[in-house]
Write a protein that binds this ligand. Structure first.
Ligand SMILES: C[S@@+](CC[C@H](N)C(=O)[O-])C[C@H]1O[C@@H](n2cnc3c(N)ncnc32)[C@H](O)[C@@H]1O
Length: 425
């Protein structure tokens, strides 16, 4: 029996492969069939459009300047980046996707458009779990051809999660496929049909009743009557793989050059689905969107060693030591002036990852780059790890990242009032 977890893993393996293989000659034709204009497609980096949608939700979502948008199953970032244009610099867009490769691709595409967190952020998250998004934080949830891929009871659960993250009065505007007739078992049980957004589709009545059960009002489901063979001219083919070799995925995925073995239009249709969270009861709106700011950045791979406060103090007290020997970095944002390690430089954690290449240019000649925050439990080790990851990625071995154990809290309790070890500027 195929469990929901098996399905989620298979979907992840297939779309991760799709992200790694990038655009192909059919991507732009497929996107045009899904409803995108040439102008829209040329306004985003080429790699954002993988030709995977079944509609084009952004232009009809009524997005306003300053709105907060969440795109579920954001793929290469196509709809999120188009939404970013609509909401402008005072708005915010977060894209969530379960595939690490998709998230990495979307982040590259955002970067090449000059967009970065917290204005435009992409974070890895499974739609089968609680979303890493604050409650009542979002004006509009978008999604393009994704909810059909969420297995079984996960569909009801994700609609409830969407309701939770919307502000009162917030709305959904989804493109998705809806089942238009009963599928025979051979169609339903073929996992190629599942990953190609056919056999996971719900009938319209079921979609409507799940939306109602989640609490939505003003529900509308409109059949767009698109030719889905034109939207997806090169469907994914999955080939089972032996589990030998330690490959975590169960299969490899390739795009077909010959199209579907069945006509998807027989079983599913592309729908535009919209609904609203009622304005009442009014609840406080969250000023932030992601539950943690660092979800917008890659996971830290390195685990830097620590220096004790005494070891750092020994560097500072030694008149022969210069910036070539050590640099101390305070990654706190607002609390620097309350006292910091003498000579430490302030590089706030929230923008550290994006600024790492610039910091590297400044600190690359320093043998020991030592990071701290309040207690050096969170931001300090995280930034030290990102910095070491950056050093590793550029093959720079003459410099190393460290954490100052105990952070400024430990430093102040040990050295407050001691000549030459604390600055207050
Ligand atoms: C058909 S593609 C659509 C991508 C994008 N919306 C577009 O139109 O280009 C489906 C996307 O949803 C993601 N996805 C599918 N199931 C998911 C799940 N359970 N949790 C998170 N992401 C999922 C896939 O990784 C993939 O990027």
């Amino acid at each position: 029996m195929t469990t929901a977890q098996d399905i989620t893993q298979l979907v992840d393996a297939v779309y991760s492969e799709r992200a790694r293989s990038g655009i192909n000659p059919s991507s732009s034709g497929a996107a045009s069939s899904a409803g995108y204009t040439t102008e829209q497609l040329s306004s985003v980096p080429e790699g954002a459009n993988l030709g995977l949608g079944c509609g084009c939700p952004v232009p009809t979502a009524g997005l306003q300047k300053g709105e907060v948008v969440l795109d579920l199953g954001s793929g290469g970032g196509l709809d999120a980046l188009l939404a970013a244009d609509q909401v402008g610099p005072t708005g915010a867009v977060v894209g969530l996707d379960g595939s690490e490769d998709m998230i990495a691709l979307a982040r590259r595409n955002a970067k090449s458009k000059g967009l970065k967190p917290p204005h435009v952020a992409f974070a890895r998250a499974l739609l089968t779990e609680e979303l890493p998004i604050e409650s009542s934080a979002v004006d509009c949830v978008l999604s393009n051809c994704v909810l059909n891929l969420v297995p079984g009871e996960g569909k009801a659960a994700i609609l409830k999660e969407i309701f939770r993250v919307l502000k009162p009065g917030g709305r959904i505007h989804l493109a998705d496929v809806v089942a238009i007739r009963e599928m025979p078992n051979n169609v339903k049980n073929d996992m190629s049909n599942y990953v190609n957004c056919i056999s996971g589709a719900m009938p319209r009545e079921e979609y409507q009743s799940l939306l109602e059960a989640a609490g939505f009002t003003e529900i509308s489901l409109i059949n767009l009557e698109k030719d889905l063979t034109a939207c997806w001219p090169r469907p994914m083919q999955i080939e089972p793989q032996s589990s030998a070799g330690g490959n975590k995925s169960c299969c490899s995925a390739q795009q077909s050059d010959t199209g579907f073995s069945l006509d998807p239009n027989e079983f599913v249709s592309s729908y535009q689905i919209s609904a609203r969270r009622p304005r009442e009861p009014a609840v406080p709106v969250s000023p932030t969107v992601l539950k943690n700011w660092w979800y917008a950045y890659p996971e830290v791979r390195s685990t830097p060693d620590a220096f004790t406060a005494e070891e750092v103090a020994a560097f500072i007290r030694d008149p022969t030591k210069t910036s070539k020997d050590f640099t101390v970095i305070d990654v706190r944002r607002n609390d620097h002036a309350g006292g910091h390690v003498r000579g430490s430089l302030q590089c706030p954690a929230q923008s550290f990852y994006d600024d790492a290449p610039g910091y590297f240019e400044k600190f690359k000649d320093s043998e020991n780059v030592i990071f701290y925050c309040q207690s050096s439990n969170g931001r300090g080790p995280r930034c030290a790890g990102w910095y070491q990851d950056y050093l590793n990625s550029v093959g720079h071995t003459s410099s190393k990242a460290y954490v100052m154990a105990g952070g400024i809290k430990g430093w102040m309790s040990r050295f407050k009032g001691e000549e030459g070890l604390v600055d207050y500027d």
